[in-house]
Design a protein around this ligand. Structure first.
Ligand code: C2E
Ligand code: MG
Length: 447
């Protein structure tokens, strides 16, 4: 009885392999040996790509069967002295000891890749489950058991990110990237109270008259150590950590307050502001209160506020998001689809009339001079938009030729380095001052 209990504490019931606790135990002893004999040791972290779909399509029994077979294949294809174990779910780990050359760890991983990629026969079906394998070497990647497994797992994620069905060595570069991300995430938690967010504004002009009609608010983070960071570095972290809601609230409040100041100061009641909104924000009703409060506080005409909805497929939006869009419409703000041309858009979403404008993505504009198919897409998209009373803005306009092409297609608005880079609010004030004095931002190439 006692041994049965011991077994249960050490072995995984499904695969009969050592479990996580037993593996860590054996790994610790292995690390001790490797130190004493100055011999290399490696941890492999193995995860089955798309294993979840086996469970989803064939059921859990089939999934269990695959895992059992994976366990058998591991045991059959390792040398005596190497320890395979089940880490959890569809994750397996292996400790390789005494394998001579460092590159032999890669050779072992390659062999496992091959045998685990072979088809599995499960309940009269054929199943394929290619693995991704991460390798961490002792002592290079860490010298305690937990750290080694963690490093191997990080490398496994990298292997999967590169398409799966391959192995990847852990490297410090991988780690420093992750550490930086962690540091950024911790920093972002304090960025709001420490007042480290800044908005820059980029002008949008009317393509036919060259008049400045509005600005897009673009978020920046003044990081205490890394300097001024662009949104690609931190907006994805805001989104995945849930911090996007409070940051987005700050952006909405700040941008609308700033617009109200400019409208009054320069007597430009029609000046508009475009504000980027992440799809995550639409999943919570909080955004509706935020927008309502911003309108209330500033007494802006809601028609001057345009919310640019970022990535995501409008056709597959959940009910909560559709409700949010509807409520925002009722507040009178304009809704715009950002990065048009890089995403799927359903006719249904256009038909429902949620959308007042498109922002043509800069990837379409960048090579519009030389890329025939982009020319045709831009022309067709603008024609379609006109037929539906949807306004079109083009982003990333860098050359006069691009601007002229857009004018020939009857594009409404343009934004890009040709006209102006995003800038701080003080600089915008001085541009608005010249604008009302009659000096256009862009005079070259204007009719
Ligand atoms: P976006 O909405 O497509 O913003 C336009 C981006 O293109 C800006 O980058 C802008 O600096 C850049 N750009 C403008 N003109 C040109 C040009 O002529 N050439 C080139 N190469 N680039 C140009 P930025 O400021 O780095 O913003 C990147 C993205 O981050 C934005 O793309 C937007 O999706 C997101 N983002 C920015 N601010 C916010 C925010 O407050 N909230 C959320 N959720 N996302 C934001
Ligand atoms: Mg935008």
């Amino acid at each position: 009885r006692a041994t049965e209990l011991e077994d249960r504490a050490q072995f995984d019931a499904l695969t009969n392999l050592p479990n996580r606790a037993a593996f860590i135990d054996q790994l610790r002893r292995g690390i001790g040996r490797s130190h004493r004999k100055a011999m290399p040791l490696a941890v492999l972290f193995i995860d089955l790509d798309r294993f979840k779909s086996v469970n989803d399509t064939l059921g859990h029994d089939a999934g269990d069967d695959v895992l059992r077979q994976v366990g058998e294949r591991l045991q059959r294809n390792l040398r005596i002295g190497d320890t395979p174990a089940r880490w959890g779910g569809d994750e397996f780990v292996v400790c390789l000891e005494d394998f001579g050359e460092m590159s032999n760890a890669g050779a072992a991983a390659q062999k496992l890749l091959l045998v685990l990629s072979e088809r599995y026969e499960v309940m009269n079906s054929e199943v394929f489950a290619t693995p991704s394998i991460g390798i961490a070497l002792c002592p290079d990647s860490g010298d305690d058991a937990e750290r080694l497994v963690k490093a191997a797992e990080i490398a496994m994620h990298e292997a999967r990110k590169r398409g799966g069905g391959r192995f990847q060595y852990y490297s410090n570069a991988l780690n420093s990237h992750l550490e930086q991300r962690e540091e950024l995430e911790v920093g972002l938690r304090h960025a709001l109270v420490r007042d480290e967010f800044v908005l820059h504004y980029q002008p949008r002009i009317d393509v036919t008259t060259g008049r400045l009609i509005g600005l897009e608010a673009l978020l920046r983070w003044q990081h205490p150590r890394f300097g001024l960071l662009q949104p690609d570095r931190f907006v994805p972290i805001l989104e995945s950590s849930g911090l996007i809601h409070s940051a987005g609230e700050w952006v909405l409040a700040t941008a609308t307050r700033q617009l109200a100041v400019w409208q009054r100061q320069f007597e430009m009641p029609d000046l508009s502001i475009a504000i980027n909104v992440s799809p995550q924000q639409l999943a919570q009703s909080r955004i509706i209160d935020t927008v309502a409060a911003a309108l209330d506080n500033t007494q802006l005409d809601p028609g001057c506020v345009e919310l640019e909805i970022g990535d995501g497929n409008l056709s597959r939006r959940r009910d909560a998001e559709v409700d949010a869009l509807r409520s925002l419409r009722r507040l009178g703000v304009r809704l715009s689809l950002d990065k048009f041309g890089t995403r799927d858009i359903s006719f249904e979403s256009l038909e429902r009339g949620y959308v007042d404008s498109f922002v043509l993505d800069q990837s379409l504009i960048a090579d519009v001079e030389t890329n025939d198919s982009h020319q045709r897409i831009v022309r067709a998209a603008i024609a379609m938009a006109q037929g539906m009373d949807i306004e079109v803005a083009a982003e990333g306009v860098e050359t006069l030729t691009q601007l002229e092409f857009l004018r020939s297609c009857n594009c409404d608005l343009a934004q890009g380095f040709l006209i102006s880079r995003p800038m701080q609010s003080e600089k915008v004030s001085s541009i608005l001052r010249s604008e009302i004095a009659g000096t256009r931002l862009l005079t070259r190439g204007m009719p």
